[in-house]
Design a binder for this molecule. Structure first.
Ligand code: 5RP
Length: 226
């Protein structure tokens, strides 16, 4: 296993061990949270009784493979905790998510959870937010949304699949627009301005959840919890 995967595994396994019997658990999307699912799977085999609420088709498929009992936000409008990854995390625990184009459902699940556990390797920590901000938009509004992003000082690019044969389509049937802003001086304001563009479902900035967030940083031999 690569060093990066060892660190992700240590973070994921630590987060899984925070899960207690009877909990309803949000299951995020991405390679780090999949390690948490792997650990949850062995805990379930040992008798742990939980229900997972997946944040994407990919997470749902992986959770099923691991034998994690699943429900939806309709079944469980409030969750005990959610475990998810991140693409960039600042010292105030504000973050950018959405490399997996799943930030809309991830944000719904995070919002519904009493506690948000973010699993990561050290490379995601940054003293400022300057990564690309993914924004999910309905196809009808894509061009006007991109114009508005330019007026906000951003550079929007429609995300394409690996074969470059068309836009990535999210689980909800929309486009994912990757928006570069350089250093984001006021992440709260940018999040709210992006979310207010007509046709936008949600952006990958998560600035409102710091007070219920714990970040588990996997290292080679241990973890650091922030
Ligand atoms: C998906 C996400 C992921 O949580 C984020 O991209 C981190 O993924 P990984 O753990 O594979 O680095 O936001 O929309």
């Amino acid at each position: 296993m690569t060093d990066a995967n060892i660190m992700k595994k240590n973070a994921g396994y630590y987060a899984a061990e925070l899960v207690e019997d009877g909990m309803i658990v949000g299951l995020g999307t991405g390679s780090t949270v999949f390690f948490a699912m792997e650990k949850l799977s062995s805990m379930i085999n040992g008798g742990l009784d939980i229900v997972g609420v997946p944040t994407s088709y990919q997470a749902m498929r992986r959770a099923r493979e691991y034998g994690i009992p699943l429900g939806t936000l309709d079944d469980y409008p409030t969750l005990d905790l959610a475990i998810d990854g991140a693409d960039q995390i600042d010292p105030k625990l504000r973050m950018i998510k959405g490399r997996g184009a799943a930030q809309t459902m991830e944000k719904c699940v995070c919002d519904a959870a009493d506690s948000f556990i973010v699993v990561s390797d050290p490379s995601k920590l940054s003293d400022r937010l300057d990564a690309v901000v993914p924004v999910e938009v309905i196809p009808f509004a894509c061009s006007t949304m991109m114009e508005t992003v330019r007026k906000l000082g951003g550079v929007p690019v429609v995300r394409e699949g690996v074969k470059k044969d068309g836009p990535v389509i999210t689980d909800s049937g929309n486009f994912e627009i990757d928006c570069s802003f350089g250093i984001i001086k006021d992440p709260e304001s940018l999040e709210s301005r992006l979310n207010n563009i007509p046709g936008v479902l949600s952006c990958g900035l998560f600035t409102q959840y710091s007070s219920k967030t714990r970040v588990v940083i996997g290292k080679k031999n241990d973890v650091e919890v922030i």
